[in-house]
Design a protein around this ligand. Structure first.
Ligand code: SF4
Length: 343
């Protein structure tokens, strides 16, 4: 496969004139800030990340502050951003940086990759932005841009094909370390704003004359991926036990599992199981609220909230406790629970 000549320089030039700029994490080479933004941006749009990024930096201005924080506080601040394993790894990573690297992120992608929650592409992005390392990124968006530019027809579900694309991505890197931040950002910007999954804006694309998929007039044929994500679905019943003073009963979810480590209404696999957790005398007063769908990456959750009213201290379970409304904002709550409670 011949590589398109001038690809890197086109991407760099376009990023400097047309790419996204002015984002708060672009104004820094501080690995802590760049790392934080990269983790938040995984599977989450820039517009959503902005507010979270600011709040995190206000609360945890450096890696030592984050490492010293209780995990519950970190999860609470992450609440609503989803994919909570990212927040748990963020916390573990900060603690590793303090314990194993003296509080300074390592300056090479090979070492960054050893830290919790930092994969090869994220390590390369941090190293390129902060240290100008010539390391290739290959997240989902970039795979699409490169697979199309190269008309890379091998099935990316196969590890060998993925390795081959990493190899091409490395060969396409610019020569100059100074160009690495703009090139890396440029690929991300192209994937996010121009080379979209459906109906890519090829007429606006800086590499249109180099792009083999465009020449074939079938950009959407790439990347090839046969193995689809297997989705499952599950029904869960949530007991919204409320005390006279407005407190609700919340329990910390076990790790691993759905919403691991977050505070949640008690969850049950069936309405019968939920009823069994309530005194017989109170079951007739259980009130079914409207069921709704909550979509996770691999799973559709059909959630059935059921409300129960108790006198203060009139009910309890082995795990968990009563939490007053004033406490809810400071807890890590799954998004649907937060919405249910109006927290
Ligand atoms: Fe994507 Fe079209 Fe650009 Fe090719 S020309 S990289 S398909 S936007």
């Amino acid at each position: 496969m011949t590589l398109p000549e001038g690809f890197a320089s086109q991407v760099v030039r376009w990023q400097r004139s047309h790419g996204r700029s002015g984002l708060p994490w672009q104004a820094t080479r501080d690995p802590y800030r760049v790392w934080l933004s990269e983790i938040m941006l995984q599977q989450t749009q820039v517009s959503v990340v902005l507010g979270y990024y600011d709040r995190f930096l206000q609360r945890y201005p450096d890696v030592s502050a984050l490492a010293a924080a209780p995990l519950d506080d970190v999860l609470a601040l992450w609440s609503g951003l989803g994919y909570y394993s990212r927040a748990r790894n963020l916390h573990r990573c900060a603690q590793d940086v303090m314990a194993r690297h003296g509080g300074a992120f390592p300056a090479a992608s090979a070492q960054l990759q050893q830290l919790p929650g930092i994969g090869r592409s994220t390590a390369a992005a941090i190293a390129a932005f902060c240290f100008g390392e010539r390391a290739a990124i290959l997240d989902g968006n970039v795979k699409r841009v490169l697979a199309r530019t190269l008309a890379f027809g091998d099935d990316l579900a196969s590890p060998a094909a993925e390795r081959a694309l990493w190899q091409r991505a490395t060969e396409l890197l610019p020569e100059a370390a100074d160009d690495m931040p703009a090139y890396t950002q440029g690929l991300m910007d192209l994937g996010a704003t121009v080379c979209l999954v459906r109906q890519p804006s090829c007429l606006l694309c800086p590499v249109q004359t180099l792009c083999a998929a465009r020449r074939e007039d079938r950009p959407e044929a790439y990347p090839v991926r046969t193995r689809k994500l297997k989705r499952s679905s599950q029904s869960l019943w949530l007991l919204r036990a409320q005390a006279d003073d407005g407190s609700v009963w919340l329990e910390k979810r076990p790790v691993p599992g759905v919403w691991a480590g977050l505070y949640c209404l008690p969850l049950f696999d069936s309405r019968e199981a939920l009823e069994a957790a309530v005194p017989a005398a109170d079951r007739a007063a259980l009130l079914d609220e409207a069921a709704f769908l909550h979509v996770l990456t691999h799973k559709d959750l059909h959630l059935h909230p059921v409300r129960a009213q108790f006198a203060a201290d009139g009910w309890s379970r082995a795990e968990g406790g009563w939490f007053a409304p004033a406490q809810w904002p400071s807890l890590g709550l799954p998004t649907p629970v937060r919405r249910l409670l109006g927290a």
